[in-house]
Every structure is written in C-alpha cells, then in structure tokens.
Ligand binder design. Structure first.
Ligand SMILES: NC(=O)c1ccc[n+]([C@@H]2O[C@H](COP(=O)([O-])OP(=O)(O)OC[C@H]3O[C@@H](n4cnc5c(N)ncnc54)[C@H](OP(=O)(O)O)[C@@H]3O)[C@@H](O)[C@H]2O)c1
Length: 291
C-alpha cells in the first residue's frame, strides 16, 4: 500500500482518482475552493504551503491533477495560467525529486495541433492555444527536472459530475434539456474518455516499477465523435427529435481548438493496460441522476 497525494481532488478527474485509488492505497487529496475535510484546502500557488505539506505528509506518489483547464479562461488570464499550470508543476517536480516522491502529471491532447493524428507518445508537440502551451511547457519543465516522473496525456473527459455543465461532454445534455442549442460542432473530432478509466490506468501504472511507468503515456477512449454526434446520442436517450439539429462545420470558439488530436496509446498496449467502456452506455449513466 502506497501513500498517494492527489491534487485537484475536488475536480472531475481528482474525485475519480480518490475513489479508485483508495481501494488499495492510503490516499490524501488537496482541493482549493471546494475542499472540505478530510480533503486539505491548499492554494498550490503558495510555494511555502506545498513544501510544508509534502514534508509533513511524505507521500510515496503525487498525482497532480489540479490545473486551469478551460481554454478560453487560459487565453484570457495568461498570468494565472502560467502560475498554476507551469510554475506549480515545476515546483512539484523539484520537490518530489528531492524527497524521492514519484510524480504523475495530468496533461492534455491539446499539446498537439490536431493536423496529423494519431499522435504517438514521442510526437513533437505544437499547441494551438495558451492552455495547450502551458501544459506543454509544464511537461518539459517536469521531465527536465527528472526523467523518472510520468506525464499522462488525456483527451476530453466525462464521468460522474456535480452538475451537468461541469464537463464539456455533459454540458451538451444541459443544453438539450434547456433547448438552448440546436447547433452543434461537427468539425472537431474528440475521443471522450471516462475519468474512472483514467484512474484505473493510473492505478495500474503506480503498481509498476519506475523504469516501466516513467515518461510520457497516452490514455484515450477509442470511440471518435464530434459534439454533434454526442448531442444526437443524448437526444435519442432523452426522446428529443434531432431533425432540427444543425451540424456546425467550422470552429467558432475564441481560443483556437485542434481538429483531431487522436492519442495513440502504444506504451499502455505494450504493458497490456487497457481500460475502456462503451460511450453510449456510460453517458446515459452519467447524465441520468441529473434528469
Ligand atoms: N476536463 C477535461 O476535459 C480535460 C481534458 C484534458 C486534460 N485535462 C486535465 O486533467 C486534469 C484534471 O482536469 P479536471 O477536469 O478534473 O479539472 P477541474 O474539474 O477543473 O478541477 C480543477 C482542480 O484544480 C483545483 N485548483 C484550481 N486552482 C487551484 C489552486 N490555485 N490551488 C489548488 N488547487 C486548485 C480545483 O480546486 P477547487 O475546485 O476546489 O477550487 C479542482 O480540484 C487537469 O490537469 C486538466 O488540464 C482535463
């Protein structure tokens, strides 16, 4: 049993990590505005607080899931994005290295420009927006501190949400229920990935020796779809007629998004690690409590 600290434990992925890892490890979590005991409330941008906490708790592993991950917010507030996404990650990498802690950093498929999928773990990064740039800079900062740390790149996430607008996938159900959107993006190709599958994969990687689990890994759902496809799937479940739906064939968001960042998970395949689920079934389970 290892002692694992999860940052961002109040977030979409962090909650799944806490739930999954606690079955076989001693897990402590940190959050910020939403943290309630037993979670530790901590502003990761406060350098002294992180150092004190790591020295006090002495975890064997840190899974760093906290970040600003909304691309438009990152574009708008670049200073805070650099502080949280890059500086905090660099500091955690240094502290973890000097204290002998393994670090798992959660990154994104947005480190790629989406023009030549699928992307291998070794592919060159070329982010299109500031969010992707900040995550690519964090990856480089971490691996330049120690090659023993692990970078986990993931695509758009869904899973148990506190409210439907919490994820870019479940918000579509909210729009359909409120009859706000009949026009849906049919340009960007996404691979929605359940947070529990990511947590199970990280659990498997933690069980491996450092030599096998360090470096860059890709975790991705294997079903490609656009937001338009997702809207049609959810509409079918809700009994909503899709005839009036309009497929939007050009991107229109403020921060540029990549077209198709399909992540090839060759390293996980070599290790025989593969946690997948059927999207159509899983999305119904996720949205049902909110209907
Ligand atoms: N969601 C996606 O579709 C997606 C896609 C690709 C990659 N990722 C990556 O996956 C990871 C997890 O994403 P997520 O969707 O779970 O994020 P999320 O739901 O937005 O949660 C963000 C977490 O970061 C914490 N946080 C924010 N500012 C903080 C600060 N100053 N100090 C300490 N904690 C702070 C939040 O705490 P409070 O809420 O308590 O304030 C929350 O726990 C991120 O690294 C993200 O870049 C996410």
């Amino acid at each position: 049993m290892a002692k694992i600290m999860v940052t961002g434990a109040t977030g979409l992925l962090g909650r799944a990590l806490m739930n999954t890892l606690k079955s076989s490890h001693h897990v402590i979590g940190t959050g910020f505005s939403r943290a309630k005991p037993p979670l530790i409330s901590l502003d990761l941008c406060d350098k002294q607080q992180i150092e004190q906490l790591l020295n006090q708790e002495k975890p064997d592993v840190v899974v760093h899931a906290a970040a600003e991950r909304r691309p438009d917010k990152c574009e708008f507030d670049q200073h805070q994005t650099l502080a949280l996404n890059v500086d905090v990650s660099r500091q955690l990498a240094s502290l973890c290295t000097s204290l002998g802690i393994r670090l798992f950093f959660i990154s994104t498929d947005y480190v790629f420009d989406g023009t030549s999928p699928p992307y291998l773990e070794s592919a060159a990064t070329a982010p299109l927006n500031f969010y992707g740039q900040s995550k690519a800079a964090a990856e480089q900062a971490i691996l330049s501190v120690s090659s023993n740390h692990t970078i986990i790149r993931v695509p758009v996430l869904y899973g148990e949400v506190e409210y439907l607008a919490e994820s870019a996938v479940t918000v579509i159900a909210k729009q359909l229920i409120e009859n706000k959107a009949t026009k849906h993006d049919h340009w960007a190709i996404r691979f929605p990935t359940h947070v529990e599958d990511i947590a199970l994969t990280i659990k498997d990687l933690i069980a491996l020796p450092v030599a096998k689990s360090s470096g860059i890994f890709h975790i991705s759902g294997n079903q490609s779809m656009t937001k338009f496809d997702i809207a049609c799937l959810i509409a079918e479940h809700l009994g909503i007629n899709t005839k009036t739906f309009e497929a939007q064939l050009e991107p229109d968001q403020s921060a540029p998004r990549p077209h198709n960042c399909a992540l090839k998970d060759t390293k996980l395949n070599e290790l025989g690690i593969n946690h997948q689920r059927d999207f159509a079934q899983a999305i119904v389970q996720v949205i049902s409590p909110h209907l």
